[in-house]
Design a protein around this ligand. Sequence first.
Ligand SMILES: [Zn+2]
Length: 237
Amino acid sequence: MMIQGDLHIHSYVSDGEATPEEIVKYSIKKGLNTISITDHNTFSGSLLAMHKAKDIKKLLVIPGAEVRTFWGDVLVLCQAPIRISVNPVRLWEEARKNHCLLIPAHPFDILRLGIGARSRYVSLWDAYEVFNSSSDPLTNLISFLYLRDLGKPMLSNSDAHTLEGIGSSRNIFEVGELSVESVLEAILKNSVRLVPTYSIPSTIAKLRWGARIRRFSKNLRERYELYLRLGGLPPHP
Ligand SMILES: [Zn+2]
């Protein structure tokens, strides 16, 4: 069967506005069959949503997080939460042990800490988010053109921080049943069709340059602090 999913959403557990419960209800209203709440460096948002959706048959919540690694943001989608590491190689080791997927988020978005050219360390990644409704069109185009020949599955997600953005971009997965295992397998088998779109409210929000610059400098500061904490670059994979 064909199902629709948005696998990059933020709740108020990190920097989103909506509660996991509101996200569950709104996702159903928008016709989504599966979502992942990928709050920064925590699976808590998705776990809360799973709890709220446990009796709802038509929506599957996948445990997820967006990990701010030393290289940049990476989506982690799993059957169950794993230990998170900001060192991408350690994160990869943990993900492999637990059959999780690692997906660079908005890889070429400099303002929002994409991992950039490190996307080409193909053995580390399971798929790429080549369209992100919260990134500008040029960034998305660069991601698509740079990564499309690597033979990996590609995804389009909303990266919604507000209810209205949820499902603005989504994916259509071909699955045998509505289960976490089936969706992760569909991504690995590349049984995915992208539905990339922009939502008007999030596009207007993009025009607030003051907020973007503040976020960019905050990201740079965070990256520098991580660098100091790790004492240098992590080992090359
Ligand atoms: Zn995000």
